[in-house]
Design a protein around this ligand. Structure first.
Ligand SMILES: Nc1nc(=O)c2c([nH]1)NC[C@@H]1CN(c3ccc(C(=O)N[C@@H](CCC(=O)O)C(=O)O)cc3)C=[N+]21
Length: 284
């Protein structure tokens, strides 16, 4: 089988066009959705993602504000900034770019953001709501993945979904969202023994490990759906995924590329969550 490639970039573009119309109508009612991104330190990869977010906000008409702070910023200073953003009526979404410098406790920061403005969906209240199957801000990458599957009418119910990776921001929540869609979910991770026995059996395989070419065609079942969440910068400066694309494409039914796959959907769901927050704030 030769897989159909799912271009998240194309779906993202059409969703952003719909959102632009929605924001135009909100603006006519005097509502301007606002996202504030806080970037600490000068990691070039982080700066590149943040630029992508700004561009997408501009296109859709979401008011975006970038606060760049030096890596010497203390935890207390960041907490004070978050307190101010939490009560700022023009700010509907707050995103603190992760990872943070070592001297700042990430969990304390995540829990300081108001759950009502937690457009990343990382606050324990929002994670709890998601696990309970309630509507809330879903983490952007997992939500983007579900949206991509649905856009291709790929059936999730009753399918064997295997997640490789168990991070709090991708692996764990994508498994939860797939479970909410009635998949049978298995998590694989660094301590899993004989991982291939699981991956080869997956109908839907989500790979979020952060290691270039961690899996290849031989690990994949004929006709599987392969979602590659890897964002690995190679020595030549190019991005590559966690899956060896060509060999996997030769076996899968669907596969996502890197770049132009999951990444653009992550940003799109961030916009979705920000607009949702603005609507909720204004009781719409
Ligand atoms: N609080 C927080 N929330 C995040 O959502 C978050 C974060 N911290 N820290 C970093 C990661 C990474 N991330 C990406 C988003 C989009 C692309 C993306 O759109 N990539 C393009 C290519 C971009 C390029 O070429 O550099 C693509 O895949 O086509 C990549 C990576 C969000 N993250």
């Amino acid at each position: 089988m030769v897989a159909e490639v799912i271009y998240g970039s194309e779906l993202a573009e059409s969703l952003r066009e719909e959102m632009r119309e929605e924001v135009t109508s909100l603006r006519q009612q005097g509502i301007v959705p606002g996202l504030t991104v806080v970037l600490i330190g000068e990691d070039p990869a982080s700066q590149s993602y943040v630029r992508g977010k700004q561009k997408a906000c501009d296109f859709v008409g979401v008011n975006s504000n970038l606060i760049e702070l030096p890596s010497s910023t203390s935890e207390k200073e960041l907490l004070e900034l978050i307190d101010n953003l939490n009560v700022d009526k023009n700010v509907h979404g707050i995103l603190v770019q992760l990872p943070l410098p070592k001297h700042i406790n990430e969990q304390i920061i995540i829990e300081a953001i108001s759950p009502e403005k937690d457009v990343d969906g990382f606050h324990p209240i929002n994670i709890g709501r998601m696990i309970a199957g309630k509507d809330t801000f879903f983490p952007c990458t997992p939500f983007g993945i579900i949206t991509m599957l649905k856009s291709k009418n790929i059936e999730i119910e009753g399918k064997k979904a295997v997640i490789v990776g168990r991070s709090n921001i991708v692996g764990k929540p994508v498994g939860q969202l797939l479970l909410n869609e009635n998949a049978t979910v298995t998590y694989c991770h660094s301590r899993t023994k004989n991982m291939k026995q699981y991956t080869i059996d997956a109908d839907i395989l989500i790979v979020a490990v952060g290691k270039a070419h961690f899996l290849s065609g031989e690990d994949i079942k004929e006709g599987a759906v392969v979602i590659d969440v890897g964002v690995n910068r190679q020595e030549n400066g190019k991005l590559t995924g966690d899956v060896e694309f060509e060999s996997a494409k030769a076996k899968a039914a669907y596969i996502t590329p890197v770049p132009k796959g999951v990444g653009p959907m992550t940003i799109t769901m961030l916009l979705h969550n920000t607009i949702k927050s603005a609507r909720k704030f204004h009781q719409l």
